[in-house]
Design a protein around this ligand. Structure first.
Ligand code: ARG
Length: 457
C-alpha cells in the first residue's frame, strides 16, 4: 500500500513488511493523547503565524470531530494504517483536504510519539496511584482490626519474636506508601515535553515549545532535541517502580498462600477470592495470590525487555523504540488488574487469632524476653542469652514451653529467677513492652496507620 511518507522510495511496501512494521494494533490506545497533542501543536502553529489562525481553528475542529467520532464509535481505526499518528493525520486530511496536510509542519512522529506516550503514561500513573490507595485503605483497615492480634514474627521462616497481625500488615502498608512516592516522582519526569524536538534536530520554524507544553499541562520541556526524541527513561522508571510494586505484592502473596495453608491456618480467604479443584473437593486454593506472584515475573520481564532494547541504541530515534509501548502497556495493564484483585482479597480475608496465638506459644518466641528479663535483673546479656538457650533446650527435652516450666527448674539455672519472670514472658506482655518506635505495640501500630493515612490525605 502506498504510504503518506512516500518520497525517495515509492512507498509500495510488501504486505509482510507492513504487518511487521505497523504498531496501530497497540498504539491506537493512545488516540486521545495523540489528538490532544495535535490540537496543542495546531494552536501553536496558528499563534506563531506559521499557519493562518483560521487554519489552526479548522485543524482543531477537525481533530475534535475525529476524537468525538472515535469515542462514539462512528469512526473505527483503520488497521492498515502504520500507526495511530498516521491514522489521525489520514482521517484529518480526508475530512479537511489540503489544510489537514499542514498539521505536520514543524513536527515529526518522533517527537509526537514521545509526547503521546508521556501523556498516556501520566494518566496510567494516576490510575495506578488510585488503585494503590484503595489497597492501602484495605490494608490499614485490616491492621486496625487486628492491631492486638498476636502472631509469631519470623526470620528464616523460623518463629522469632512476637508481633501482631496488624504490625505485620503495616509492613506492607509502608512498602505501598513508598510505591506511591516512587510513582509520584516518576510522574514528574514523565510530564516533560518533547514536542518541538521534531525528528531530532529541531526545526527552522519559529515555534514556541513552552506554549505547547503549557497547553498540555507540562511545566517543563526537554532541553536537548536529540534527548527529547530518544529519552525513554520515564518508561524505565515506571517499569522499575511497577516491578518493585509487584515484588511487594508477590511477597505479600507468598505469605497469604502460606498463611492460608493447613500448615499455618492463620487466615481464611473469602470464597469470592479462592478457587476449588476440579478433582479434590476439599481444596480451597489461593489462586489470586498465586497469580499475582506469577505475574510479577512478567512485569520484571517487561522492564528487562525495554532495558535491553534501549541498550546500545545510537541517538536519536530508532525503530527499535517502537518496542517500548508493548512492554510498558503490558506492565500497566497487569499491575492494574493485580492491584484491584489484591484489594478485594485483602478486604475480605479474616484472621484466625486462635491459631496465630497457638503458633506464637509454640516457638519459644519469648526466649529473647526471658534473656532481657535476666539482664534487667543484673546479668550481662551474653550470660543471660546462654541461660535462656539452656532453658529452651530443657523445655524441648521435656516437651514443654517456657511459660509452663516450674520456678524450681528456672532456679537450677540462675537464682535471680522469681515468680515475676512469668509475667515478663507472657506473650501479651512481650508485645506490649516492645516499646521502641516502629515496634508491635498497639500504640505503635496505630501511629503507623495514622502515618499512612496522613500520606493518603
Ligand atoms: N510507530 C512509531 C513508534 O512507535 C512512531 C514513530 C515513527 N517514527 C519514524 N521515524 N518511523 O515508535
Amino acid at each position: 500500500m502506498a504510504k503518506m511518507w512516500a518520497g525517495v522510495t515509492d512507498g509500495n511496501t510488501a504486505q509482510l513488511a507492513d504487518d511487521f512494521n505497523s504498531s496501530i494494533r497497540f498504539d491506537s490506545r493512545m488516540y486521545r493523547q495523540d489528538i490532544t497533542g495535535s490540537m496543542a501543536h495546531a494552536a501553536m502553529l496558528g499563534a506563531k503565524g506559521i499557519i493562518e489562525q483560521s487554519e489552526a481553528e479548522t485543524l482543531i475542529d477537525g481533530l475534535q470531530s475525529i476524537l468525538d467520532d472515535l469515542v462514539s464509535g462512528a469512526l473505527a481505526f483503520d488497521m492498515t494504517c502504520e500507526d495511530i499518528h498516521m491514522f489521525v493525520e489520514q482521517v484529518l486530511t480526508e475530512r479537511l483536504g489540503d489544510v489537514g496536510k499542514k498539521l505536520h509542519t514543524a513536527r515529526s512522529r518522533n517527537d509526537q510519539v514521545a509526547l503521546d506516550l508521556r501523556l498516556y503514561l501520566a494518566e496510567e500513573i494516576d490510575q495506578i496511584t488510585g488503585y494503590i490507595r484503595e489497597l492501602l485503605v484495605a490494608v490499614t483497615d485490616k491492621a486496625e482490626q487486628y492491631k492486638a492480634t498476636i502472631m509469631p514474627g519470623y526470620t528464616h521462616l523460623q518463629r522469632a519474636q512476637p508481633i501482631t497481625f496488624g504490625h505485620h500488615l503495616m509492613a506492607y502498608g509502608m512498602m505501598l506508601t513508598r510505591d506511591l512516592d516512587r510513582l509520584a516522582d516518576c510522574k514528574k519526569r514523565t510530564l516533560v515535553s518533547p514536542i518541538g524536538c521534531c525528528a531530532l534536530a529541531g526545526t527552522t520554524y519559529d515555534t514556541d515549545r513552552h506554549f505547547e507544553a503549557e497547553k498540555l499541562g507540562m511545566s517543563e520541556i526537554l532541553r536537548n532535541s536529540l534527548d527529547g526524541v530518544s529519552d525513554r527513561d520515564f518508561c524505565l522508571e515506571l517499569l522499575s517502580a511497577l516491578a518493585t510494586l509487584m515484588m511487594h505484592l508477590s511477597r505479600f502473596s507468598e505469605e497469604i498462600i502460606l498463611w492460608s495453608s493447613w500448615e499455618f491456618k492463620f487466615i481464611q480467604l473469602s470464597d469470592a477470592y479462592t478457587t476449588g479443584s476440579s478433582i479434590m473437593p476439599q481444596k480451597k486454593n489461593p489462586d489470586m495470590a498465586e497469580l499475582v506472584r506469577g505475574k510479577t515475573g512478567r512485569v520484571y520481564g517487561d522492564l528487562m525487555a525495554l532495558l535491553t532494547t534501549l541498550k546500545g541504541l545510537p541517538l536519536a530515534y530508532n525503530k527499535d523504540m517502537q518496542e517500548d509501548k508493548e512492554a510498558v502497556f503490558d506492565a500497566v495493564d497487569t499491575v492494574k488488574m493485580c492491584l484491584q484483585v489484591f484489594t478485594g482479597m485483602i478486604a475480605t480475608l479474616t484472621a484466625l487469632p486462635e491459631n496465630m496465638k497457638k503458633a506464637a506459644q509454640k516457638g519459644f518466641i519469648n526466649a529473647t524476653d526471658l534473656a532481657d528479663w535476666l539482664v534487667k535483673n543484673g546479668l550481662p546479656f551474653r550470660s543471660a542469652y546462654k541461660i535462656a538457650g539452656q532453658l529452651v533446650a530443657r523445655c524441648l527435652s521435656e516437651g514443654t514451653v517456657l511459660e509452663d516450666l516450674p520456678l524450681e527448674v528456672y532456679k537450677e539455672y540462675s537464682d535471680l529467677f522469681t515468680e515475676e519472670v512469668y509475667s515478663a514472658i507472657d506473650l501479651t506482655a512481650c508485645v506490649a513492652t516492645r516499646i521502641s518506635e516502629g515496634g508491635p505495640t498497639v500504640a505503635s501500630v496505630e501511629a503507623q496507620i495514622a502515618y499512612v493515612k496522613d500520606c493518603l490525605a
